[in-house]
Write a protein that binds this ligand. Structure first.
Ligand code: PGA
Length: 259
């Protein structure tokens, strides 16, 4: 089963709308036909989505736009939140869900993550569902169980068709923004366990089709190690996605692993 590599940039709370035009234009300028072998997604702050979409759409560069969060209700009294129809309207087709920073700093629970994942699938919107253990959990030898529980909670209630809209990003919390990465062996162990859990939930075929990404200080220097793992299909890139050179190099590296 061949899965198309996916490289997604998570800009986090960086870049004003004006700055987002410069960064997305810089990336789009480097677009080449080779990139068609990879799904490339830029996830800027919500307020930048329209500008980034406009740049990419004008350039016809085949790069998608994604949000970093959404609410599960289509509209209503939820001050400060953004709905999926709003994200669609500004051209987004992807949404990161359950990033560890949202879980840790904004109290996002497994149940909220599940509501978002289900709402996205019902709207035919692609979800990048983040899971990952803390250092304490890893040191206790509990990483596989912890991450697989997060996957079960996030995908609860989804059928095989809805699961097609999901990508899982394994992001060990201790590797995010720290410069410290998991080894490819550690990442592959968890990625394989994630795939087995998905098979258990929605069937072998869906599990074989679902992309599993690695995230956590992934950069051009270490990307080959992860891309070569049989169960890893790309990366969710934080820091390196803010640098045109690094992000484009990551896309090129991933293209070498496409069929
Ligand atoms: P990082 O972030 O690449 O800066 O470690 C990854 C992420 O948080 O998605």
């Amino acid at each position: 089963m061949s899965r198309k590599p996916l490289i997604a940039g998570n800009w986090k709370m960086n870049k004003t709308p004006a700055e987002s035009v410069v960064l997305s234009q810089g990336i789009s300028n480097r677009y080449s036909r080779k990139w068609n072998k990879v799904d490339v997604v830029l996830c800027p702050p919500t307020i930048d989505l329209r500008s980034v979409f406009t740049v990419l759409d004008f350039d016809k560069s085949n790069i998608d736009v994604g949000a970093q969060n959404c609410h599960w209700e289509p509209s209503g009294a939820f001050t400060g939140e953004t709905s999926i129809p709003m994200l669609k309207d500004v051209g987004a087709a992807w949404c990161i869900v359950g990033h560890s920073e949202r879980r840790d700093y904004f109290g996002e629970t497994d149940s909220m993550v599940n509501k978002k994942v289900r709402a996205l699938a019902e709207s035919s919107f692609n979800a990048i569902v983040c899971v990952g253990e803390s250092l304490a959990v890893r040191d206790a030898g509990d990483a596989v169980r912890f991450v697989c529980d997060q996957v079960r909670a996030a995908l609860a209630g989804l059928d095989a068709h809805e699961a097609e809209y999901c990508t899982i990003a394994y992001e060990p919390i201790w590797a995010i923004g720290t410069g410290r990465t998991a080894t490819p062996e550690q990442a592959e162990e968890i990625a394989a366990a994630i795939r087995a859990t998905v098979a258990d939930l929605v069937g072998e075929q869906s599990a074989a089709n679902m992309r599993v990404l690695y995230g956590g200080s992934m950069k051009p220097e270490n990307a080959d190690g992860f891309m070569a793992c049989p169960n890893i299909d790309g990366g969710l890139i934080g820091g390196a996605s803010l640098k045109v050179e690094d992000f484009c190099e990551l896309v090129e590296i991933a293209s070498a692993y496409a069929d």
